[in-house]
Design a binder for this molecule. Structure first.
Ligand code: FE2
Length: 250
């Protein structure tokens, strides 16, 4: 198996490349439009064919490169079932693994940051990892105040679904704003300040209510664009034209 963690600095997003060494087929999880060329170069350098792009959720802070990569490689676009990504070639849901060659990613339904959010569990050779998107971050979690967000649902997703995994399962988040790259289920269970075992659901709801976060800068563009696999809408909100300068269709 081949695994790479890739970083996009504008939105502090991690993209993950998962590939099968036999057959040289790859999947990109949460690819970002600004870094599509880096990802194309990496695929070429590793001698990989892109099978599919795969989203953890409909992002509000960056544009996906799914459509761009499909136009360049003829890959499939996969998105969480029910998320409304009509341009996707397939929907994924818990219970049905996404396979690439001999490698399987198991979707876990982890709503709360958005209502259709999926995490992806990867059984590695000697290690397991879970790509947690914006559900569980290192020492934190995604916000729960937009896109069907629900702090009670996020609490359940982390405490019941993700913390039910083996403690040495590596946690690869969708973002980190402080340069951290990886954690583990055991580490987050012990010391995540919002979600460790000492915090109950009511306390978690109070923590999330008190965050008082600003309106996401790119959301009015990113959500409609990502529902269209990264295609900017005709009416790009003022000041965001630059984000739409990359021609996603090829
Ligand atoms: Fe998000």
């Amino acid at each position: 198996m081949i695994f790479r963690q890739l970083f996009e600095p504008q939105s502090c997003t991690y993209t993950y490349l998962v590939a099968s060494a036999e057959g040289r087929r790859a999947i990109l999880i949460d690819p970002v439009l600004e870094t599509f060329q880096r990802d194309m170069d990496l695929l070429a350098a590793l001698g990989l064919t892109l099978d599919a792009t795969l989203e953890t959720h409909v992002h509000a802070d960056h544009l996906t490169s799914a459509l761009k990569l499909r136009s360049l490689t003829d890959c499939r676009i996969l998105a969480p079932a029910g998320a409304g990504v009509g341009c996707a070639d397939g929907e994924v849901a818990e219970g049905t693994p996404v396979t690439v060659g001999s490698v399987a990613l198991s979707p876990l339904f982890t709503p709360g940051h958005t209502d259709h959010h999926l995490s992806y569990l990867l059984a590695g050779p000697g290690w397991d990892a879970v790509m947690t998107g914006d559900c569980l971050l290192i020492d934190g979690c995604g916000r729960t105040d937009f896109q069907g967000g629900d702090s009670a649902a996020l609490f359940r997703s982390v405490r019941h679904t993700l913390f039910g995994l083996a403690p040495d399962t590596l946690v690869y988040p969708g973002h980190d704003y402080q340069g951290r790259r990886v954690s583990s289920i055991g580490q987050e269970r012990d010391r995540n300040p919002r979600l460790n075992a000492q915090v109950d659901g009511a306390e978690f709801a109070r923590i999330m209510d008190a965050l008082d976060l600003p309106y996401p800068r790119r959301m009015d563009l990113a959500v409609p664009a990502n529902l269209a696999c990264g295609q900017c809408p005709d009416d790009v909100p003022e000041g965001m034209e630059k984000l739409c300068e990359i021609d996603v269709q090829g």
